[in-house]
Design a protein around this ligand. Structure first.
Ligand code: PDD
Length: 275
């Protein structure tokens, strides 16, 4: 089933126009929300970020956010998942192709649920990461449908037998192609400040609260490639990757190449919150 504007319909019934601006320009925003044991995780936080992304690109939902929240809950009731995701997007709608905002177009909302098991094997063993140049635009804080820079980076990572690409702008490490990154160095976690160069991840914020609970110092401070390569522990965080250990970078081990102690404590704390 698909939530299509204000109706929940079969996939075959959805009609997306060839001139939908999401399709032609990537003119829209999206969210990916985790579902654990049938319940959405951090739903309000995701909807708040959606509201922010919408405002930043001067787009509005066709109804109040509260109604959207109810529609998403109805979608999940009609098409339940145990461990999965809700994907949703809002585009600027259908109009004759022309770059400037159309005067008459109505935003188009779509959402669906999908079963997606937790990445338990990688969570246990960790993944390899690959460094790549951050070629994206300068508004990475907006969860925009334009993901070409992210797509190219992720593919480059896979081509290098790695699970994630870590972006750098010059010397500074920003984030992953679909995740935020933290390093543990000199007894503290460091992560890039939440400015225009990264997406302020919902998991990033959640994990920072876990760090505080566990009395692990954490600083929102930019760090360099050399810091990443010399870190004791590295993790990436995202809705689907949770607290994912990075155990090697371009083939070089992080620390001793094993999942670190602080990472394990964070994963355990995360697990307690979702079970
Ligand atoms: N990606 N940075 C980027 C570039 C991302 O695409 C994501 C998430 C994150 C982490 O954000 P969050 O913790 O809110 O999931 C950071 C989603 C999961 C995706 O596009 O599939």
């Amino acid at each position: 089933m698909i939530l299509w504007n204000d109706r929940i319909v079969k996939r075959e019934e959805v009609q997306i126009d060839i001139e939908d601006r999401g399709y032609q320009f990537g003119d829209g925003v999206y969210e990916v929300i985790r579902v654990y044991h049938g319940k959405p995780f951090q739903l309000d936080e995701h909807l708040e970020r959606l509201e922010r992304s919408l405002n930043e690109i001067r787009l509005a939902l066709p109804y109040p956010m509260e109604d959207f929240k109810h529609l998403l809950q109805q979608l999940l009731d009609k098409d339940p998942v145990t461990d999965g995701i809700i994907y949703l997007q809002v585009t600027r709608g259908n109009a004759l192709r022309s770059h400037a905002f159309p005067s008459e177009a109505k935003s188009v909302v779509t959402a669906y649920t999908r079963e997606m098991p937790r990445p338990t094997k990688s969570l246990a063993e960790g993944i390899g990461a690959h460094l790549t140049n951050d070629i994206r635009w300068l508004r990475c804080d907006i969860k925009s449908l334009n993901l070409l820079g992210n797509v190219l980076a992720k593919q480059e990572a896979l081509d290098n037998d790695c699970g994630e690409a870590l972006f750098h702008r010059g010397d500074i490490v920003t984030e992953g192609s679909s995740s935020n990154v933290f390093i543990k160095k000199d007894g503290a976690w460091l992560t890039h400040p939440a400015n225009h160069l990264i997406l302020n991840g919902i998991t990033r914020r959640f994990v920072m609260r876990l760090m505080a609970d566990l009395e692990m110092p954490v600083k929102e401070e930019a760090f360099k490639i050399a810091d990443l390569l010399n870190a004791d522990e590295v993790i990436i965080t995202s809705t689907t990757q949770e607290v994912m250990p990075v155990v090697s970078i371009d083939g070089e081990p992080v620390g001793n190449g094993e999942v670190g102690e602080w990472t394990r404590s964070l994963q355990n704390a995360f697990e307690r919150h979702i079970s």
